[in-house]
Ligand binder design. Sequence first.
Ligand code: NAD
Length: 229
Amino acid sequence: GKRAFIAGVADDNGYGWAIAKSLAAAGAEILVGTWVPALNIFESSFRRGKFDESRVLPDGSLMEIAKVYPLDAVFDSPEDVPEDIKTNKRYAGSSNWTVKEVAESVKQDFGSIDILVHSLANGPEVTKPLLETSRNGYLAALSASSYSYISLLKHFVPIINPGGSSLSLTYIASERIIPGYGGGMSSAKAALESDTRVLAFEAGRKHKIRVNTISAGPLRSRAAKAIGF
Ligand code: NAD
């Protein structure tokens, strides 16, 4: 069977959860990366059975998650983590959650994966029109929503089996104007799409790994509700 790592699962409402379920139904072993500040709620809800109904697979069994890794995809390695985050209560309780460390942990625990899914995005100023967006807000959107994919792929490539596949999720706002999708999020998706072409070329040639992005339709996930979509 195949093994998949899905980054960006913190509840049962988003694309990451739905993709995990489809892969599990197809027989894959599921590992997830959960944003550090959301980890406790996700794990305790899972343990308390809050997701049991939505864990049901077509054959009637419940989706299992082999391991949940804390992850913050805006930090590549421990040297990049600023002091205020390191000492933050929500972060201090977890360890090894930078991208590089998560890839190392997955390697230690499982050796390799076949499928890498990036289902995460964040834009602190998403509710502001692009014209009102600050430099920091714009760069934060690109860091969390675009570079996070480059970083994940870069660090996971050595443990993705040849012939493996990698996927991210994009949105039509990269190509057409969608008022309300601000803060540089439209720019972040445009970067993600362009990077997908370049990364497909590079990772395909060098490592025989496919790289794709799916432009998903509107879904009332936690992220979408937060911007009133
Ligand atoms: P979601 O809230 O379920 O998923 C986003 C996840 O990203 C959350 O679990 C959040 O905790 C995580 N996250 C945020 N910052 C992070 C960080 N720094 N490190 C690690 N994780 C972090 O919402 P979703 O809508 O399912 O989003 C998944 C993907 O689908 C995103 O790329 C989103 O842009 C894309 N998408 C969503 C829609 C939609 O309508 N919901 C449409 C097209 C594309």
